[in-house]
Design a protein. Structure first.
Length: 254
């Protein structure tokens, strides 16, 4: 169901991606579709709010795409945007997203990995022009524990998601830098033929390695953009320059 704000015919190069995501609900055991289903702790029509948020998040000319593994129950399951949480949105820390709640939980959801990713992108001046997605876009949970749980998506489950990842990449600048956060994301990007930098996921003891990898990635991107500025002339601003091509970013720690 579309509203004027989520009409999938109005998004240019990303129209096929939004049609794939919004027009065909993903139904599977132990999987929640944030953009087509109501969560147990949703406010009314929360899935439409998640659609609007994702559209707003992707409404930018990106210099970097971060690809994670899958939504977590504390984060993208309720917000609709990877590597975000209700707390971060309400604190005005996520560009282009209105500080609104979509859940009925007494305290806004917070998510550790989202907090670290957003803090790192902010520190390096990348947040405004970075977009985020997941290799498996739907929330995988353990049916024995209920929807407020997380699990790693099985390989057979990830195959349908590769079409969406390919459609997203096709609608974005070809020279945009791409970084995989974790091995699941790295493998998914390889299967759709996209080179990427490799970052350790910040969870499960990976915080310091993730931070080091993001610092290295930011430095390589800045070096490339400064080189272009020198080549093209001092009148060019960094915002007018091409992002780093993926081939420059292969050696980031991860």
């Amino acid at each position: 169901m579309d509203t004027p704000e989520t009409d999938t015919a109005a998004f240019g190069a990303l129209t096929p991606f939004f049609q794939w995501l919004f027009d065909v609900p993903h139904a599977a055991t132990g999987v929640f579709d944030p953009w087509n289903q109501a969560s147990t702790d949703d406010l009314s029509q929360g899935f439409l709010g998640r659609r609007r948020r994702l559209i707003a998040h992707l409404s930018v000319s990106p210099i970097l795409l971060l690809v994670g593994e899958a939504p977590g129950y504390r984060g993208c399951r309720i917000t609709g945007v990877p590597f975000t949480s209700e707390s971060l949105i309400l604190e005005h820390k996520i560009p282009r997203l209105l500080p609104e709640r979509l859940s009925t939980r007494a305290r806004p959801w917070a998510e550790g990995s989202a907090t670290q990713v957003v803090a790192g992108l902010t520190e390096h001046g990348l947040l405004e022009n970075t977009i985020m997605w997941n290799a498996f876009p739907w929330h995988p949970f353990d049916p024995s524990q209920g929807p407020l749980s997380n699990r790693t998506p099985r390989q057979i489950e990830t195959q349908p998601a590769e079409e969406g990842l390919a459609l997203l990449l096709a609608g974005l600048p070809a020279n945009m830098a791409v970084a995989a956060v974790g091995r699941v994301a790295e493998q998914a990007l390889a299967r759709v033929g996209r080179q990427c930098a490799r970052l350790r996921h910040p969870s499960m003891g990976g915080s310091k390695v993730f931070s080091a990898g993001l610092t290295a990635l930011a430095a390589r991107m800045l070096d490339h953009r400064n080189l272009l500025a020198t080549t093209l002339g001092s009148s060019s601003t960094l915002d007018q320059l091409e992002p780093s091509p993926p081939s420059l970013l292969q050696a980031c720690p991860g």
